[in-house]
Ligand binder design. Structure first.
Ligand code: DC
Length: 229
């Protein structure tokens, strides 16, 4: 891919939960007319499918089989309810179910399974091959699309990310304590960063942006500078 004329068309954005990478990717994709693809929904879908089928998240074998069989389709948003896209899993709209606490609590475990990652990585590379995509995740620059033209690793302190996620959840009408959000964020960071396979880490040639003390506009401006130059 690195020598193909499609170069200049793959942007990888990685970083921990609630670092603002989805919002950044969506804005960049809109500006550039690229597809925005959030790979986290795939791991969330595998987790939800397991929960719905009554398979314990610790059952690696059955969860992995499920991941290979699962049909996951991401489409433009069909409802004006704050969603960025529709996620259709085995024919059912599961966009908001993917954001439930049960999925949040189990997705790190499921996404650490080698065969689950294999199933999802293959699908993600397929989408990357078409070019003109801003792909978001934890391992896009390092594993999924190492040939990406621009790799951004977006960080923020865990307290700042918990503060942002807490606000989002309150705005959605959920009754949740900041301390609870912070604890769950720390637990996910721990699992995502310490797993053996494709752990959360910046690719060697990624540009690191720490957004702890930056407004969203500043982050977007910095990213646009990187795209342009
Ligand atoms: O970005 P998110 O919170 O929707 O991601 C959900 C989980 O999936 C998170 O625990 C990390 C994992 N994930 C991953 O391992 N690799 C990716 N490319 C994207 C997400």
């Amino acid at each position: 891919m690195s020598s193909s004329p499609e170069r200049g068309r793959l942007i990888a954005i990685d970083g921990p939960a609630a670092s603002g990478k989805s919002t950044l990717a969506q804005h960049l994709a809109n500006k550039l007319g690229f597809l925005y693809f959030d790979t986290g929904v795939m791991y969330r879908a595998a987790t939800l499918a397991g929960l719905q089928a009554g398979i314990p998240p610790s059952d690696e074998k059955r969860i992995s089989e499920l991941a290979f069989e699962l049909s996951i389709d991401v489409r433009p948003p069909s409802k004006p309810d704050g969603r960025q896209y529709d996620v259709i899993m085995n024919g059912e709209d599961v966009t908001w179910e993917l954001r439930s606490e049960a999925v949040d609590a189990n997705v790190s475990e499921v996404s650490a399974y080698a065969r689950v990652r294999q199933a999802m990585t293959e699908r993600q590379r397929e989408i990357g091959r078409r070019g003109r995509v801003v792909m978001v995740g934890r391992d896009i620059g390092s594993v999924v699309l190492p040939e990406a033209d621009l790799k951004i690793f977006l960080e923020a302190s865990v307290k700042e990310r918990a503060r942002r996620r807490h606000e989002e959840r309150l705005a959605r009408g959920e009754d949740v304590e900041y301390e609870e959000v912070l604890e769950s964020m720390r637990a996910r960071d721990r699992i995502d960063s310490s797993r053996d396979l494709a752990p959360l880490q910046a690719a060697e040639n990624a540009v690191i942006i720490d957004s702890t003390h930056m407004s969203f506009e500043e982050v977007l401006e910095r990213a646009l500078e990187l795209v342009q130059g």
